[in-house]
Design a protein around this ligand. Structure first.
Ligand SMILES: C[S@@+](CC[C@H](N)C(=O)[O-])C[C@H]1O[C@@H](n2cnc3c(N)ncnc32)[C@H](O)[C@@H]1O
Length: 296
């Protein structure tokens, strides 16, 4: 019997409602997740993110295996790879290459948006439109007229704009380098990046309203990125902490590795204590601070 997208979406939502990293008390997010058809944003051909035995990523083709494709779309922890090597690898079969765009997994999108906690009417800047799926969830919460989303890849930006419009969702989609943000639309109450950074771009801090929230995956000295949640002071600085371990593709301009000590990280850190670190960023640069030792 064919399984409907809505039924799979409901099952996926149920699983995320049970997960401590899921919707939490954000009822709006649960509702938005059920309302936005994730499958509408997923290309017909995507690569599965874990390599097969031959080291290549398998292609899931909706036109050949519609059921497997739909199940992959609604697997809570699975991102689906929509672009390899900045689009130089055609989605024609199993392939290798660097992941350069994806539809983030349902679980990661929900975690990002739970920490972002946008409120109705908030001005929101998203960096990394990708398929437009996260944009649609944001628009469901704050209103599409309040969302600016920036995608560096023109083909992806055009496709996302089209997919969103087909659902009657019309945010401002900017094709360009999101590291410069979009000053004309700011200041923003919420800024979220769906690609990770080594250094938080100063433009994001400048464009964040006083008391505004920035949620961004940051490269760490550990084997994963850390999701930072910072609050802005309205004058180009922000402070906060790390709220989750995540894995993201890097923004294009920050792919080259940089020693972590040059990025404001302390030299020796206990990886199990990542949640106790604090982070500040602003005109003076970016600094990660270990917890202050408790004096007995
Ligand atoms: C993980 S994907 C975004 C996933 C998206 N949230 C979704 O669910 O479809 C990251 C995106 O960031 C884009 N990107 C990378 N560097 C960028 C930059 N400097 N400015 C804007 N977008 C960038 C990539 O092209 C890619 O589409």
């Amino acid at each position: 019997m064919p399984v409907s997208a809505a039924a799979l979406r409901g099952l996926c939502a149920d699983e995320m409602a049970r997960n401590p990293r899921g919707f939490g008390s954000a009822a709006w997010l649960h509702e938005a997740y059920l309302a936005v058809p994730r499958e509408h944003f997923v290309p017909d051909r995507v690569w599965w993110p874990a390599p097969g035995e031959d080291g290549r990523y398998n292609l899931i083709d909706r036109t050949v295996r519609p059921r497997a494709w739909l199940k992959a779309v609604y697997k809570p922890g699975a991102p689906l790879i929509t672009q390899l090597d900045d689009g130089r690898v055609p989605p024609a079969g199993p392939a290798t290459g660097a992941f350069t765009s994806s539809i983030s997994s349902s679980g990661v999108v929900v975690e990002l948006l739970r920490h972002l906690a946008p409120r109705p009417g908030d001005r929101v800047l998203e960096i990394g439109t990708g398929t437009g799926y996260t944009t649609a969830l944001l628009a469901a919460r704050v209103g599409a007229e309040n969302v600016v989303t920036v995608e560096i890849d023109p083909t992806l930006a055009a496709r996302a704009t089209e997919r969103l419009a087909e659902l009657g969702v019309h945010p401002l989609v900017i094709t360009g380098d999101g590291e410069v943000g979009h000053a004309e639309g700011g200041p923003y109450d919420r800024i979220v990046a769906t690609a990770s950074v080594r250094r938080i771009p100063p433009a994001w801090l400048d464009q964040l309203a006083a008391g505004g929230v920035l949620v961004v995956p940051v490269d760490s000295p550990f084997a994963y990125d850390l999701l930072a949640r910072l609050e802005g002071d309205g004058a180009g600085a922000a402070a906060g902490s790390f709220v989750a371990q995540v894995t993201f593709m890097r923004v294009r301009g920050q792919r080259e590795p940089v020693p972590h000590t040059d990025l404001g990280w302390p030299a020796a850190l206990d990886p199990t204590a990542w949640a106790e670190l604090t982070v500040v960023a602003g005109p003076m640069g970016q600094r990660v601070h270990p917890p202050t030792p408790v004096v007995p």
